[in-house]
Write a protein that binds this ligand. Structure first.
Ligand SMILES: Nc1nc2c(c(=O)[nH]1)N[C@H]1C(S)=C(S)[C@@H](COP(=O)(O)O)O[C@H]1N2
Ligand SMILES: [Mo]
Length: 315
């Protein structure tokens, strides 16, 4: 018998406060709310196998009762075209990716541009665990216990100027380390963007870890974006640059296939991809297909950002 996934049957109004789930990753060890940031971060181990040996999460389900995806699946089934188009090839090909030293440059239309060393980021911003669904445009999904902090905290420090309307993110460009960047059919580096209010939303994270540990390379080490109500491709990995800008930035996928990948990319079961339906998804590690929820289940929190917009047009 197949178990029915609770996320299939739990109506959206049964949400309870997401805030209750936002607990310090330090609570793993101590049972109290302790910041992750004062602990020493050990370097990411080279393989998914070692990584998962000490994987920990505070909960075993997300707010809708969906089970966490296994650490093995999260770290061995990846989309990261800089390394490979094969989802199972990313982990081995990225094993020696150098993520230290690492700098993240924040600039553009801000009062206080700043280049952070990754260690500054870890010590400045409290790292919390947040269990979020990731829904890929290819109609598979995972439930991931991220460790990270609000992008808003970093942006506030930069003090965006009134002219700033969008945020543009860029991945490292380094074909020597990232063999996929030798493929000239794509326009590297990978770029993504958010509207400023989306970027400032409480749910929008910069993730630096998962399962209680620093991110492994295949999941976007050392720092990647997580916007849980949007398709997976918005969640840009291994970020080196964040710019506040006036115009909507053209992203990697918009550039590659504009009629298939829009700027907004909000998860929407009613708007099919030109080549397949988006009404259901396969949760990695589970058998039953499940129904896809509007905004990936986060509608209560984010639908108001798009009030009055035609979401078929702004896909
Ligand atoms: N730089 C970069 N970021 C990326 C991608 C990529 O190819 N390059 N793939 C995206 C896609 S399509 C998905 S579904 C998610 C997958 O994240 P995960 O492998 O950590 O599950 O990363 C996104 N971020
Ligand atoms: Mo994706």
């Amino acid at each position: 018998m197949q178990k029915i996934n609770p996320s299939e049957i739990t109506p959206e109004h049964l949400y309870f406060s997401r805030r209750k789930f936002i607990v310090g990753a330090g609570a793993l060890a101590a049972g109290t709310l302790v910041s992750f940031s004062c602990r020493r971060i050990e370097p990411a181990p080279p393989t998914g196998e070692d990584f998962c040996a000490s994987a920990k999460a505070t909960g075993s389900t997300d707010e809708l009762g969906a089970n966490l995806t296994s650490c093995r699946d999260i770290t061995n089934y990846n989309n990261f075209y800089e390394f490979s188009l094969g989802k199972e090839d990313v982990a081995p090909l990225s094993a020696n990716f150098r993520t230290s030293p690492w700098t993240l440059k924040v600039g553009g239309l801000v009062n206080k541009p700043r280049t952070y060393d990754m260690n500054d980021i870890l010590s400045r911003f409290n790292q919390d665990e947040r269990i979020y669904r990731l829904r890929c445009v290819e109609a598979w999904s995972m439930v991931i216990p991220w460790v990270g902090f609000r992008l808003a905290d970093l942006l506030k420090e930069a003090e965006p100027l009134p002219a700033a309307k969008f945020v543009r993110f860029e991945t490292l460009l380094d074909p020597d380390q990232m063999p996929g960047q030798k493929d000239r059919s794509f326009d590297w580096p990978y770029v993504e963007g958010l509207r400023l209010d989306e970027a400032m939303h409480n749910l929008t994270l910069l993730a630096t870890g998962l399962y209680g540990k620093p991110l492994p390379p295949q999941d976007g080490a050392p720092i990647r974006l997580v916007v849980p109500w949007k398709y997976g491709f918005k969640n840009i990995k291994s970020i080196v640059k964040i710019d506040l800008v006036e115009e909507m930035p053209a992203s990697f996928w918009m550039d590659y296939a504009p009629h298939e990948y829009g700027f907004y990319a909000n998860v929407n079961p009613d708007v099919p991809h030109p080549r397949w339906s988006q009404s259901s998804e396969r949760r990695i590690g589970e058998l039953a297909r499940i129904r896809t929820l509007p905004f990936n289940g986060y509608g209560e929190e984010v639908a108001s950002l798009y009030a009055g917009m035609d979401l078929r047009k702004f896909y």
